[in-house]
Design a protein around this ligand. Structure first.
Ligand code: CDP
Ligand code: CDP
Length: 226
């Protein structure tokens, strides 16, 4: 079987995107970062001065703008109205407000539709919060990746230090906790493990170990001819 769909969900900084990208590369699948789509909408709404609680305006903004995930040599690019915003959507300002935008039902309906359209013939690894539960409920492999909040904050801290950014471990911990809380308690498709997902605690695992474990699950699914 060469066109499996692999859903990877879990809380912030559990390692989803790093690992999903590597798994996709190993399997020659495409990688889809759904969080980037919510981030791009949040970035644009902030730029346009749209209140992030205004569901109707956000829905209109999303439908009017040309938001695309483009597969390139450099990996996935996030394009908004023809502009590459892949980097711009990673600021703290966006990170700390994206969960407010992602709460809205009308926004999610439109996002999910677009994410499902990205699954064609080729195999896909998609990461997010509701992939196994809502976007790809029939995915052949579902992983729910977790790690302690201390470990996740530590990872983000290291990442910031490496990039030469200011970093405050306690603040990062608090921000991660807050985002997890909003994502887990929203009424529309909250962050929750799908019943048929495999939970993978990455707290004391290296990136390579996590990748290996997922590839192992994929190989088993292939053998079973899922
Ligand atoms: O990589 P990081 O954990 O910082 O987050 P992300 O994957 O970029 O997602 C940013 C935010 O988008 C999440 O905190 C959720 O609020 C939202 N999101 C979502 O609601 N559903 C998804 N499928 C993906 C992201
Ligand atoms: O996508 P998500 O927010 O779940 O996490 P990420 O951005 O892929 O990973 C957050 C940070 O943790 C990155 O700097 C990864 O290199 C690091 N990481 C790690 O140290 N050990 C792992 N097992 C997985 C990720």
């Amino acid at each position: 079987m060469n066109s499996m769909t692999i859903a990877i969900d879990g809380p912030a900084a559990a390692g989803k995107s790093t690992v999903a990208k590597m798994v996709a590369e190993k399997l020659s699948y495409i990688y889809v970062d759904t969080g980037a789509m919510y981030r791009a909408l949040t970035w644009k709404a902030i730029q346009e001065g749209i209140a992030l609680e205004d569901e109707e305006k956000l829905e209109t903004l999303l439908k009017e703008r040309d938001l695309k995930l483009v597969q390139s040599e450099k990996g996935q690019l996030v394009m908004l109205d023809g502009q590459d915003v892949s980097e711009a959507i990673r600021t703290d300002e966006v990170t700390n407000q994206v969960s407010i935008v992602a709460k809205h039902q009308k926004v999610r309906v439109e996002m999910v539709k677009r994410q499902q359209e990205l699954v064609k013939e080729q195999g896909v690894v998609m990461d997010g919060r509701d992939i196994g539960t809502h976007v790809l409920p029939d995915a052949e492999v579902k992983i729910f990746m977790i790690a302690s909040v201390e470990e996740r904050a530590e990872r983000r801290y290291k990442e910031n230090v490496e990039k030469g950014f200011d970093a405050d471990l306690e603040k990062l911990k608090e921000e991660i906790r807050k985002r997890d809380e909003i994502d887990s308690n929203r009424s529309v498709s909250p962050l929750v493990k799908a019943d048929d997902a495999i939970e993978l605690d990455t707290t004391s695992l290296t990136i390579d170990q996590v990748v290996e474990k997922i590839i192992g699950v994929v190989r088993k699914a292939e053998e079973k001819g899922v």
